[in-house]
Design a binder for this molecule. Structure first.
Ligand code: ADP
Length: 403
């Protein structure tokens, strides 16, 4: 082939290759453009979804009857709904940008927010804007981006009603206690006198006098329990002292019920371990917890039953237990027995134990919680129940060093 022809052929091949490459480049450019377009659309869509969601959140926050405050990691407010502004006495929008301390004027809220940042959630209660302001229950929850939502509930009315109820119960119980105690003492005297007179008084009448004595005793106990509960719930007086020996205390407290148990045909077995570490506590109140548990154990045991009162300790706690082999507690009722006035089955209680306020375990739980302890029950219907409470061991509370 002629050199000129060769050159022409080479040039034609080169230009064809260039054309093909250009087409290819064009295609990949198109593809790149299409990808960018898709990404941009997805981004816009995502932004739209986020905007919709925060509009939905804002609408929800204005609808729900609670204050919402969003704070960032430096504890400054990013967002707050209308109700939160009203609760904290600020003009709409006036909270945004302020620090928590400026907005709430209470260091508790700062603590709650920090706690939520560290551990995910926290809750507490404050009285905002001084002594006359609303009482706010605050729940703090950490979000995935590190911000924290504070949800505010105005519980002023609830707390006011609770105070009125406590005052009412307190007044009523005081008013009832004096005449009832007198009636109870008179009934006791009457019963003794009737016994002394013997057959001169018909058996039926003696029986009735005995019943009056028992029932007034129940009434006095109920009124005392009501008073105790209102005192304890009112933030009451726990006199914490060092070196309480739960083994001694449990044994002594249980002994107080030995006579009552014998009358019901029930045996008390005291199996407390000597030399356990001490706890810090109010011995009178903790003794009352043991009495309440043993009292119940006797009430719900059959004639001939046995109750064991025991103590033990692990690294952190001293545990006191009262075990009976009585009627037991159905599964569904086990968490509820510690509520005020709760009874598993009123008919069963009346028939077998002649009444009760449903307050004994509520009092026990309050006392144990005032001591930073916990109380629980294990039970099986028809087999028996074991009530236990654990109290933290006092620092340096080994028996050798305190007493
Ligand atoms: P109450 O004055 O009625 O005994 P408590 O608060 O002490 O009030 O107990 C609440 C309820 O829990 C009781 O009414 C009873 O139904 C149930 N309960 C408590 N202790 C026992 C027990 N040892 N065995 C079975 N049921 C129990």
């Amino acid at each position: 082939m002629e050199p000129g022809v060769l050159i022409i052929v080479a040039l034609a091949v080169a230009s064809a290759a260039a054309t093909i490459a250009a087409v290819r480049r064009g295609r990949s450019l198109d593809r790149a453009l299409a990808t960018i377009q898709r990404l941009l659309t997805a981004d816009a869509e995502r932004e739209r979804v986020v905007a919709d969601r925060s509009a939905d959140d804002a609408a929800l926050h204005e609808t729900v009857d609670a204050g919402f405050v969003r704070v960032d990691g430096s504890l400054h407010i990013r967002d707050a709904n209308g109700l939160a502004h009203a609760m904290l006495a600020h003009q709409p929008g006036g909270l945004v940008g302020r620090s928590i301390m400026e907005a709430f004027l209470d260091p508790t809220v700062e603590r709650l927010a920090r706690h939520a940042i560290d551990s995910g959630s926290a809750s507490g209660e404050i009285r905002s804007a001084g002594a006359d302001g609303p009482v706010l229950a605050i729940r703090a929850r950490r979000l995935s981006d590190g911000d924290v939502w504070l949800v505010l509930d105005d519980v002023s009315e609830l707390r006011r009603l609770q105070r009125i109820r406590a005052e009412f119960i307190d007044n009523l119980s005081h008013e009832l206690r004096t005449p009832l105690t007198t009636v109870s003492l008179l009934a006791e005297t009457l019963e003794r006198e009737a016994e002394a007179v013997g057959d001169a008084i018909p058996a039926k009448m003696r029986d009735r006098i005995a019943k009056i004595e028992v029932e007034t005793g129940h009434l006095v106990q109920m009124v005392n329990e009501l008073l105790d509960l209102s005192r304890i719930e009112g933030g009451g007086t726990v006199q914490l002292s060092d070196g309480v020996d739960m083994s001694n205390l449990a044994a002594e407290s249980a002994e107080r019920l030995r006579l009552f148990a014998e009358r019901q045909g029930v045996t008390l077995r005291i199996d407390t371990r000597p030399g356990l570490p001490r706890v810090r506590g109010d011995a009178a109140r903790l003794g009352q917890v043991v009495v309440n548990l043993v009292h119940n154990a006797v009430k719900f045991s059959p004639d001939g039953g046995e109750i064991t009162i025991s103590t033990d300790a692990d690294d952190a706690d001293v545990v006191t237990s009262v075990e009976d082999h009585g009627i037991g507690i159905p599964r569904a009722a086990r968490d509820r027995v510690f509520e005020r006035f709760y009874k598993v089955d009123r008919a069963r209680l009346r028939a077998e134990a002649g009444g009760g306020t449903g307050l004994g375990l509520a009092i026990a739980r309050h006392v144990v919680e005032q001591h930073d302890g916990r109380i629980w029950v294990e039970s099986e219907e028809g087999v028996g129940s074991t009530f236990s409470f654990a109290l933290p061991i006092q620092d340096g509370g080994d028996p050798g060093r305190s007493g």
